[in-house]
Design a protein around this ligand. Sequence first.
Ligand SMILES: [Zn+2]
Ligand SMILES: [Zn+2]
Ligand SMILES: [Zn+2]
Ligand SMILES: [Zn+2]
Length: 138
Amino acid sequence: MAKVAKDLNPGVKKVCELCKGAAPPDSPVVYSDRAGYNKQWHPTCFVCAKCSEPLVDLIYFWKDGAPWCGRHYCESLRPRCSGCDEIIFAEDYQRVEDLAWHRKHFVCEGCEQLLSGRAYIVTKGQLLCPTCSKSKRS
Ligand SMILES: [Zn+2]
Ligand SMILES: [Zn+2]
Ligand SMILES: [Zn+2]
Ligand SMILES: [Zn+2]
């Protein structure tokens, strides 16, 4: 948990990790056990990287050098559907290489037929049935 603390390193100039602004001496700053005690934030700057919800004294997660709220951290771990661009929460989804689709969105981008259990071709992130793939190429 991130804690608001009084100056742990007096005399050292402190810069907030988020806004890069100086933290005034003697003002409380936030230290995160996950980031190490050489990094600090203004209490108002220790927020979720995604939704900017304040995370001081709350459970937070650490990712890409920034704090995340539980909700957005979990979302960031979920695959995103290449069809509708929404996060996939179901465990049952279609996966091809590093791309993912909702089962119902695993459709040909040319003729929109459902391709679950059928032959399909993925080229440059585009999902096509063999027929549309051929007509695209010609
Ligand atoms: Zn700041
Ligand atoms: Zn968030
Ligand atoms: Zn989808
Ligand atoms: Zn097609």
